[in-house]
Ligand binder design. Structure first.
Ligand code: HMG
Ligand code: MG
Length: 298
């Protein structure tokens, strides 16, 4: 009994491009967003307001935000690790801010330079300010299926993270497989456990495809009743603090699978394929989307 409709949050401009070695000009980032909007994307991560010393690729966040088209009904989302990031996001007119924590202590330290408990205290004023200013508040919970520094992550640590983020008032919590190690049975167990402490309609899945498990994991989520996913055009992505992690599951592949299952997404696959081929061309490499490459070759 699968959902009849799925919500996709496109994360390519942020998760995808944050990891690029070559500096991608703001104009290219903006054009990518325009192409995604033309494909029907109505919710996307445009950039991150993080320390430019930590993630130089996102240093042009304000410039990108200022140049983005802002059609009605589209949620423009940005990452904000602290109040400083939130204030910049608010000034830039973001519709949604994303606080990002982890289910493993080691990853929390590497990624945001603080413990899990400290991160929650940093997120609290961001959450309060988001609510006070009418912004949507989303959270990402990294390393929910495994940690590059610590290895296995117990389900109880994920549940604990979800409860803490829930208590901050998050409108959505994304359970993230940062390094793409999860497998479908595990994903089902973790999602079911998370759904016991947080409404399943507000849970989402964020899968990197490092081990080729992402589509299977999304199917496991669908079977568990999860109907929101992050994905990245052309399978761009990775995390600078998760060595070896490859891109997110490709939006084109997810949409191909969902449409094949008769599930509505509101997205235009052909236009997504065009956008994915275009950005891959700019980056000078082949798209990581299998469906995208197959459709483009027809
Ligand atoms: P810190 O060094 O502990 O922070 O970094 P600090 O408060 O001591 O500040 C240090 C410097 O950064 C200061 O500048 C601050 O002004 C500046 P200085 O005085 O040295 O010139 N700073 C900022 N600048 C701009 N915007 C800000 C900001 N905050 C401080 N918001 C911090 C802590 C969190 C800032 C840092 O660790 C950081 O920026 N980390 C970013 C990590 C990141 O972006 N990771 C990738 C995104 S998460 C991800 O990809 C996972 C996800 O996809 C899900 C998944 O797959 O798992 C979401
Ligand atoms: Mg990610």
């Amino acid at each position: 009994n699968l959902p009849s409709q799925v919500h996709i949050t496109e994360v390519g401009p942020r998760d995808g491009l944050q990891n690029e070695k070559q500096q991608v000009p703001a104009t290219v980032k903006v054009e990518l967003c325009e192409r995604l909007l033309a494909a029907g994307v109505d919710h996307f991560e445009a950039t991150s307001f993080v320390s430019p010393k930590w993630v130089p690729q996102m240093a042009d966040a304000a410039e990108v935000m200022a140049a983005l088209p802002r059609p009605q009904g589209v949620i423009v989302s940005v990452l904000t690790p602290n109040l400083k990031g939130f204030e910049s996001a608010l000034a830039a007119g973001a519709d949604e801010v994303v606080i990002f924590g982890a289910a493993s202590e080691a990853f929390s330290q590497r990624n945001i330079n603080c413990s899990i408990a400290e991160s929650i205290e940093r997120f609290r004023p961001v959450a309060d300010a988001a609510k006070a200013n009418g912004l949507r508040l989303r959270a990402a919970l990294s390393t929910a299926f495994g940690c590059p520094y610590q290895g296995d992550v117990p389900v109880s640590a994920v549940v604990d993270g979800v409860e803490r983020l829930r208590d901050l008032g998050c409108d959505e919590i994304g359970i993230a497989d940062t390094i793409g190690v999860g497998t479908p049975g595990q994903v089902q167990r973790v999602m079911e456990a998370a759904a016991r402490v947080y409404p399943i309609a507000q849970l989402s899945g964020h899968f990197h495809d490092t081990y080729g498990q992402a589509l299977a994991n999304i199917l496991a989520c669908l079977q568990a009743g999860v109907a929101r996913f992050d994905s990245s055009i052309a399978g761009l992505g990775g995390c600078p603090y998760a060595k070896g992690a490859t891109g997110n599951v490709a939006t084109e592949d997810v949409v191909y699978m969902l449409h094949g299952l008769g599930i509505r997404t509101g997205l235009d696959l052909d236009r997504l394929v065009d956008a994915g081929q275009w950005i891959s061309g700019f980056l000078g490499r082949k798209s990581l989307s299998r469906a995208g490459n197959a459709l483009a070759a027809r």
